[in-house]
Design a protein around this ligand. Sequence first.
Ligand SMILES: [Zn+2]
Length: 373
Amino acid sequence: MARLNGVVERLERGQTVPPMYVDCHAHFTSVPQALKQWRNRQIDEIERHGRHMPAGGPDISDSELARALSGGPISLQAARGIDMTLLSPIAGLMAHHYGDQETSVVWSRLSNDIIHRACGLFPDRLVGVGQLPQSPGESIDASVAELRRCVNELGFVGCNLNPDPSDGYWRASSITDPYYYPLYAEMVELGVPAVVHASMSANPAVQGTCAHYLNADTTVFMQLCQSDLFREFPELRLILPHGGGAVPYHWDRYQGVMYDQGRGDLLDIIGDNVYFDTCLYGQRGMQLLVDTVPAKNLVFASEMIGAVRSTDPATGRRYDDTRTLLEEVAGLSETGRAAIASGNALRVFPRLRGILDTDETFPGTGHSHNVVG
Ligand SMILES: [Zn+2]
């Protein structure tokens, strides 16, 4: 695969390499309807009849997949000058509370295989991030096995970890619980991070994409702050999506509580273990995130095509065009901007380096990759 033409080395020497953008958080939401219909049948069979679907998913051709991608994330990616997108299955459809362990294993494998095929169709554009077959009350072993398959067989560089497999009821333990340790050990061993990403809300009182997701980002941050997880796993890297929920806005509240509890400075707590992505859809929010969290702990992302698809009538810009927002942030150095755009992604997702860094010339994407720093 053609990629960076020495860009990694330049980044390591501290030189800025704008404008390369790696979108660390995106979902294949434009997937052919047949996949969603299969999932609905699977849920119906297990929930209503206690039966599993026969092995084998829906029949989706490569041309259908290519059309679904071209009409969705690939066209937006090209229009925005995003060089590489880390694509994962639809988060809301992970829905781990349905059925049993086998239900989640079959659905996760199917979803990940579709992502693998998508990446194969656009190898210069897409890299896979996997879904885990979590299942409430079951061992984490199936997730460990699927993670291994995703990385070793499908070439994925990370995974999505649902912090609430009960999907809106928070019946599961904290993600810092030793229950998750075998998964974290495997992540460290494989050199892959997790995006800690909630799925749908089955709780009618809690809306999914704007309440449950952001609640989850916020909740997980406090779980991490009040644990010693990173003493157990100093090389573990977790990404809190959607700008970290309420965290930037309430940063000083969290900091004060940490001092109250004798746990010290928040920046020391997040260290090189916790990262926030830039899935914030307004200039004020993006500015606050960048002003609050050090650039070294931020990774560029848009979640396209995700929860928000509208255009802001005030600017004529799609809300999820986060590259424009990041470029308009005030007071950010070129080095910091380059780190957020792609430099940090190479540290957080080290397997990207092997995919991106070749001797070949970077393919034309309509904008320059010249080193300026
Ligand atoms: Zn997402």
